[in-house]
Ligand binder design. Sequence first.
Ligand code: HEC
Ligand code: HEC
Length: 208
Amino acid sequence: MKRLFAALLVSFAATSLSAAPDLEKGKEVAETVCIACHAADGNSAISIYPRLAGQHAAYTAQHAKDIRDKVRTWALAESMVAMVEGMSDEDIDNVSAYYAQQVSLSGEAEATNLQAGQLIYRGGIPEQKVPACMGCHGPNGAGIPAASKAKDGVLAYPRLSGQHKDYVVAQMQAFRSGERTHNMMAPIATRLTDQQIDDVANYIQGLR
Ligand code: HEC
Ligand code: HEC
């Protein structure tokens, strides 16, 4: 019985080992391919390129694959296709795990509409039936990893803290126009005005 248990343990270790992402290989991909737009540490310097540092690996991997497979075509996603076209799922899983371990730096929020954005992020807009962003993306914007996949098909509630305002605005507009579809985000974005999207995106950029 003891030996059987030991054998089971060994085989379990072997399978989980082969399924584990290779961070060294991931780093190599980040430093040779993704670096051009997202930076080697995932804190992209240009506001149309999303920060990937600290983002949940399951979310990054799914979206990178969706961009590669032309499932995700909204906003500027097509400009990335050529860079990931020949990449295997394994390469993408490795680099996603690597970026998940990098430290996310935050930007600076403008002071002018900071309070309006904070109110939306933390309390929602009850009279417009907009829920608090915090409820799903966390009080500090850290998101929730691997969420409740089995229950509602959500891979992860993505990290938002410190994300570039321009990128957040582009995604909210895509949710609103229907180019980016999601059962939770599309109805929320539809209920927000341009000004409210601007306010909350500004707040998110400074969130840490
Ligand atoms: C030529 C520039 C470029 C390169 C190189 C590039 N990307 Fe991107 N990436 C973009 C742009 C632009 C977007 C934003 C798309 C949008 O606006 O919807 C993006 C978005 C993403 C997203 C979605 C993030 C989110 O929060 O939803 C992921 C994931 C991603 N890239 C992963 C990668 C990985 C991994 C690599 C390297 C293998 C890579 N990208 C290389 C330009 C690039
Ligand atoms: C009921 C849960 C829920 C609430 C409330 C919510 N979100 Fe989300 N949000 C999600 C999920 C899940 C995703 C991931 C969608 C996907 O996988 O494409 C997401 C994605 C996003 C994205 C895209 C992130 C990226 O990296 O591309 C932005 C931006 C965003 N949400 C902003 C907000 C804002 C602003 C609010 C408040 C006004 C908000 N969300 C409220 C669940 C929620």
